[in-house]
Design a protein around this ligand. Sequence first.
Ligand code: GDD
Ligand code: MN
Length: 367
Amino acid sequence: MVKQPYSQGRMLSIVVPTLNERDNVRALVQRLDDALSGLDWEVIFVDDDSTDGTPDVIRELSASDTRVRLLQRIGRKGLSSAAIEGLLSASAPILAVMDGDLQHDEKALPEMCGKIRDGSSDLVVASRYLTGGDFGNWSKGRRLVSQIATTLAGKLFGSQISDPMSGFFAMRREVFQSTMRKLSGIGFKLLLDILLSMPRGFQVAEVPLKFNARESGESKMNFAAAWDLVFMLMEKRLANLFPARFLMFCTIGTLGLFIHLTILRILYGSAQLDFAAAQLGATVFAMTSNYFLNNHLTFRPNQRRGLRALSGLASFYLVCSIGLVANVGVAQAVFNQQGAWWLSGIAGALVGAIWNYAVSSNITWRT
Ligand code: GDD
Ligand code: MN
């Protein structure tokens, strides 16, 4: 691999995903300016349609400072995918990703860059686990969950570094370019995605990170982000054979079967409804709950809200009804050939699931 010289031109592009960080972005640019004096840098904010006016503040900054750029995304969500798009638009040979809420200490950047410039490292992670690093004011509970996830990821993937969950890192452009077509881009943990997609031979180093307390705005970390992490890791483990979103869809589908049986039991067993009516009721109930779970989790980056959530539900009913016809048709065909009821059942269910996923992801959620 030919290492590019770092002599002239812009040295560092910093990508900062933002979602409702109005009161933080101006201070961040000021702090970068202080910390990076003498270095040629740019910052690319990738905003996912913040509702608090964040993009306006960034645009204003950008109008008077050519080092500041804004990439505004509409109808999409996701920290990792936002960072990837910012990285794709970056111009420097060294690329960094950091949060826009002042929780990542920008003073670590010169050292991170230095390790890349002197050729000793290709990827430098700011780690909360190194001596000198810490978790700031994270609650005991969140710290514990994060540490368990980090240990598990380390065990599962043989990760060499102490903090693969860090959202603050810098890398040579070549590292990003060697992984960008393999990334899942799902959820919050882009660094882990990169580490698991990276060819051997790159040098990884760490520097300590003191995690600052959040002063303004609020954290976007929630159950959905943890759920995304699990499926992103599964996708990596299965060598990208099954896309994470399909796995999520099937998990929710399986859950739907339990919901279906529970409702059927209530309607048929307890409420003494006619079997066909009970089965119909259970089916509609399960389809509806599947729709909302998928809307919230599987297709969160393209989530439908308000009235669009209802029209989406109608299209989901339609897609699933056709899926059901395909399911029964295929099962019947296999049954005629084979005679094994269970094989026919599985074949039908599989074809139905693939149909429902492929069509609803294109029509209902337009991914
Ligand atoms: N564009 C975009 N889209 N930005 C987002 C989104 C999104 O959907 N969700 C969050 N962000 C931005 C926030 O505005 C913030 O700048 C940054 O991403 C981090 O989000 P937080 O919600 O503040 O994350 P956190 O403090 O809970 O988690 C941090 O700590 C983790 C350490 O384990 C983040 O730094 C993670 O990246 C980090 O891995
Ligand atoms: Mn934060």
